[in-house]
Ligand binder design. Sequence first.
Ligand SMILES: Cc1cc2nc3c(=O)[nH]c(=O)nc-3n(C[C@H](O)[C@H](O)[C@H](O)COP(=O)(O)O)c2cc1C
Length: 305
Amino acid sequence: MDTGKVTDPRDSNQLTRAYLDSLLVEARYLDSCVPELEMELFGARFASPVMIAAFSHLGGTHPGGMAEMARGARLAGVCNWAGMGDTAELEGILSTGAPTIKIVKPYADRRLVFERLRHAEQAGALAVGMDIDHSFDHRGMPDHVVGMDMKPVSSDELREFVRATRLPFVVKGVLSVQDAVRCAEAGVQGILLSHHHGIMPWAVPPLMALPRIRDALGDSMALFVDCSIDSGEDAFKCLALGAKAVCVGRACLPAFRESGAEGVKRYIDGMNDQLRAMMARTCSPDVRSIPRNVLWSAATGLPVD
Ligand SMILES: Cc1cc2nc3c(=O)[nH]c(=O)nc-3n(C[C@H](O)[C@H](O)[C@H](O)COP(=O)(O)O)c2cc1C
């Protein structure tokens, strides 16, 4: 994982880690209590707002692959996300009982997009969505992912995807107010601020983009954050700036490789303890009541909100 030192200023992962580390927390003890971490999302209840990122191709990390990761989410009582993968794999993930948000790639073959959205709904996913940031390759040409052609998505197409399912639709890969507003206009119910672990250089850290997007959209949109989140303190900072929940990706892979679902549960439980500790010390009784003005910028010495 990223160390917090920016040795390559183009590296979006390093920039993101450095931004997370640049935010300081103000303590508020009087009238505080032991906080509740439970979260409600799309009609389901979860143990905490820490979620498993939209992974794919985990068979090389643990023989149980994506279903084993979903078992980890289920054991920890948190929301699971699933990325690229075939229909049989998604059925295996869902058979674990882990409520799962299925992210469909922006396949150039739009029939496949509609098929996958329909399948996810029939198979019992909690929500569906699309990682719009995987439409271009590093030359700005349409992307190819594991032999599959991708295509950029227009606002009109996004509206059609949203209309094609009864499930809540989330968009992954938003970093601008422009995209966020277009998502809202298309009927999207959740946005994951993400640069897909550095899909572009110089990407604005998702947490840095969060306040502007939050202010542009208000409370009606569920906002999620991922990229380089590896502790409950990181999760706390995202919630304090208006995120409903966060996704943990690469940080939980060593525990997953070592101990499968049990390792993932232990990792998430540890993050939950760190999150609860930060909430207790900032007079935050539950995840909906974290004050918006407890973070300070180490760079400016001023509050950030
Ligand atoms: C092994 C692996 C597979 C991934 N597959 C997908 C995918 O299929 N779809 C997707 O939207 N994101 C995918 N991601 C990206 C993650 O969901 C997440 O956005 C990214 O890793 C940033 O979070 P992190 O810094 O916590 O890892 C994958 C990430 C990893 C590490």
